[in-house]
Design a protein around this ligand. Structure first.
Ligand SMILES: CC(C)(COP(=O)(O)OP(=O)(O)OC[C@H]1O[C@@H](n2cnc3c(N)ncnc32)[C@H](O)[C@@H]1OP(=O)(O)O)[C@@H](O)C(=O)NCCC(=O)NCCS
Length: 134
């Protein structure tokens, strides 16, 4: 297995196809497609390859100094159970050893299996208009 930083020219087509095939992941569906492609490019994105097949990726955000937040982690079903997810997570703390990394979990059991420590939970901020006039 090879894990390396995402390269738009080399990886975008296969990566979007992998996401499209994953049930419940809508980044490759309209109206998200183009914005997600841009997000892949501006995020800290890694891809995993087995031979010549793209088989997984992670996408993270950082403040550049202290914290990393893993937003997306996906391994293609046919390649699961071969430590690819673990490898994608490990390369983050190899490349960013001074950062604290958090993962926005959709499957707590997996991260518990990796012996990560649960810290708080996540809320989506409600969109509403506040009247700032006094
Ligand atoms: C979750 C996911 C990334 C795991 O990837 P993977 O490459 O199959 O996982 P690994 O091979 O690194 O697994 C490492 C260990 O975790 C275990 N594991 C894998 N998926 C698990 C799950 N859903 N729940 C609990 N344990 C799990 C493996 O059995 C393995 O255990 P072992 O060390 O005793 O053999 C993959 O199943 C996936 O892409 N799922 C769909 C998308 C998703 O849920 N992403 C994460 C939320 S953002």
């Amino acid at each position: 297995m090879t894990i390396r930083p995402y390269n738009k020219a080399l990886d975008e087509t296969s990566l979007m196809a992998m996401i499209k095939a994953e049930e419940g992941w809508d980044y490759a569906d309209e109206p998200h497609t183009e914005r997600y492609k841009q997000a892949l490019d501006t995020s800290i994105t890694y891809v995993a390859y087995m031979d010549n097949d793209l088989c997984g990726y992670s996408r993270s955000l950082s403040d550049g100094y202290l914290y990393l937040f893993v937003c997306d982690l996906l391994v293609m079903p046919a390649f699961r159970g071969r430590d690819i997810g673990r490898g994608l997570m490990e390369c983050l703390y190899q490349d960013y050893p001074d950062f604290t990394a958090y993962v926005m979990s959709g499957v707590d059991e997996y991260y518990e299996k990796l012996e990560y420590k649960k810290e708080g939970s996540i809320f989506e901020v409600k969109k509403r208009t506040i009247n700032h006039k006094k």
